[in-house]
Design a protein around this ligand. Structure first.
Ligand code: Z5A
Length: 207
């Protein structure tokens, strides 16, 4: 059995991850590729419960360490019960956010030590890394404006603009550090242009 490919979508608030995840899924299915669509934090019953705890804006104050460990606890469960089994069966896994989000939000946004994140990444993931990561990038205000149109805010969305600027910078740094894996797509342009750039990137994996 040929192992499936692992694709992750990343980016700040409202850059269009969810919209484009559906687009990529449809594109792959048109090419007869079996796809599992999932998200982080989340993807299993337990991991979705952890997601709920992390996003709940009315919870007690969550310490940075607790937040980081909860994210990796959810990820451990997600990898073992969803991602690895699907890849082993030859299915492609399309995931809305993964560990680059941890480097961006906890590393960049919360200013946590990168070496701690790396340590947890190695512990929880072993050798598992995405085959391709699409980083949708747009100025922070654009993403926030798009997300705001949805109405309600979760615990992260209540952060200040400077937090999201740090997140964006950390994402761009990840792209610089891993140019083979992370493909940057400008998301502050019409959706058809974003999606045409996406097809170019996805085609490289299909070859
Ligand atoms: N988090 C973390 O801290 N550490 C981690 O390791 C992980 C996550 C994995 C949940 O993420 C939170 O978890 C996240 C970080 C934290 N918090 N934040 N912020 P999430 O993925 O559920 O949350 P999100 O970033 O808030 O997703 P989102 O707001 O749903 O954004 P999106 O999926 O990127 O955007 P969208 O829903 O596809 O699009 C937003 C709107 O813009 C929608 O109306 C679209 O129709 C529109 N749109 C999209 N593209 C375009 C273009 N090109 N032009 C015009 N309009 C567009």
């Amino acid at each position: 059995m040929i192992r499936g490919k692992f694709i992750t979508l990343e980016g700040g608030e409202g850059v269009g991850k969810t919209t484009n995840l559906t687009f990529i899924r449809d594109y792959l299915q048109e090419h007869n590729i079996p796809v599992v669509v999932t998200r982080e934090p989340g993807g299993t019953v337990l991991a979705e419960k952890i997601r709920h705890l992390l996003l709940d804006k009315d919870s007690e104050i969550i310490s940075e360490q607790a937040e980081l460990l909860l994210i990796f606890a959810a990820r451990a469960q997600h990898i073992k019960h969803v991602i690895e089994p699907a890849l082993a069966q030859g299915e492609w896994v399309l995931c809305d956010r993964f560990t680059d989000a941890t480097y961006a939000y906890q590393g960049g946004g919360r200013n946590m030590r990168i070496s701690t994140i790396e340590w947890l990444e190695n512990l929880v993931q072993g050798n598992l890394r995405p085959d391709l990561t699409v980083l949708l990038d747009a100025p922070v205000e654009i993403g926030i404006e798009r997300a705001r149109e949805r109405g309600s805010f979760d615990r992260f969305e209540l952060e200040k603009i400077s937090f999201f600027e740090h997140v964006r910078r950390a994402y761009l740094l990840q792209a610089e550090l891993h140019p083979e894996r992370i493909k940057l797509i400008r998301a502050n342009r019409p959706l058809v242009d974003v999606q045409s750039a996406l097809i170019d990137v996805i085609r490289t994996l299909l070859r």
